[in-house]
Design a protein around this ligand. Structure first.
Ligand SMILES: Nc1ncnc2c1ncn2[C@@H]1O[C@H](COP(=O)(O)OP(=O)(O)OP(=O)(O)O)[C@@H](O)[C@H]1O
Ligand SMILES: [Mg+2]
Length: 279
């Protein structure tokens, strides 16, 4: 599943990393590919030291040079700066796409899920990811600009989801738009309503108790903090006081993080079901 959107900073990386941790909790063998040379997912995973890290980068995968992956239930293939060079080699673009497909085919039997974090501009890496994936999940912030961008995400003549499905990958399915950094303001509520009206069926249905709604992630500082620490949201601990003898791992869990996780969990469960894992 590719996590993609054409707006920067909408929560692709946070969603990808936290989903990867959630899948690990479910003991679902998961491969995480970072295709963004900003390396945010890579840094998050390196800080958290939960994932096993491959000895080669996604640039090397696209160039067809990979070797054996490390053992582990969550394995990261990190990004590097070389990703930025690939767009400038148009004569090799088809080879990059074929190499990514060959790599995933080779490792497919070891993993149940592969998550791919992308960067926000639709270049060859973006197209390679969508040309290879089964599913795409698109985090979206409920601003007017982002809502107006949904049309291009779907219909853009070169890199729109529907065009890629038509031209390159008929298997590709949209899991849905995932509103992120959602605030309980009248403005955002109105934007959510507008999204539902303009694109019925693109949100991910979620049942919360008796209430039927959609998958979404509220704005919660704990999410940014969990990403900064590289840990699962539900395992975010209070910061150890400076000079304290207590190890960071012995600090109590942050109640705000647990509350945030309680809010988000039904959405992650719904996404996991679309991935064919989880109850
Ligand atoms: N729901 C949220 N609540 C609070 N902070 C969030 C939330 N989602 C993401 N963030 C934070 O917002 C910032 C941007 O999120 P993130 O890096 O995941 O976006 P992105 O779409 O991957 O950005 P880019 O397009 O640059 O790759 C990060 O600092 C992240 O930790
Ligand atoms: Mg990112």
């Amino acid at each position: 599943m590719v996590v993609a959107s054409q707006k920067g900073g909408g929560g692709k990386t946070a969603t990808t990393c936290q989903l990867a941790y959630y899948l690990l909790d479910l003991t679902v063998p998961t491969l995480l590919l970072d295709l963004d040379m900003q390396m945010n997912a890579t840094r998050c995973m390196l800080r958290g030291r939960v994932a096993a890290v491959a000895g080669f980068s996604t640039t090397q995968v696209l160039e067809g040079h990979w070797s054996a992956l490390p053992a582990g239930d969550l394995v990261l293939v990190p990004a590097d700066q070389g990703l930025g060079e690939l767009e400038r080699q148009p004569q090799r673009h088809n080879d990059f796409v074929n190499a990514l497909q060959a790599f995933l085919q080779e490792v497919a039997s070891r993993f149940r899920v592969c998550l791919i974090d992308t960067h926000p501009s639709p270049d060859v890496r973006y197209v390679a990811a969508l040309a290879t994936a089964d599913l795409v999940l698109s985090p979206i912030v409920l601003t007017q600009e982002a809502l107006e961008g949904v049309g291009a995400f779907l219909h853009h003549p070169r890199h729109g989801y529907l065009r890629i499905r038509e031209r390159l990958n008929p298997r590709l399915e949209l899991v849905g738009l995932l509103p992120n950094m959602v605030e309980a303001t009248p403005f955002q509520r109105a934007n959510l309503r507008q999204l539902v009206e303009q694109h019925p069926g693109l949100l991910i249905p979620v049942q919360r108790g008796e209430v039927a709604g959609y998958a979404l992630i509220p704005t919660r500082t704990a999410i940014a903090e969990a990403q900064a620490a590289g840990v699962p949201l539900w395992q975010l601990r209070q910061a150890a006081p400076a000079g304290a003898a207590k190890a960071a791992g012995a600090m109590p869990l942050r109640s705000a993080a647990r509350d945030a996780w309680r809010e988000i969990r039904p959405s992650f469960e719904a996404i996991a079901r679309r991935l064919g894992v989880g109850g």
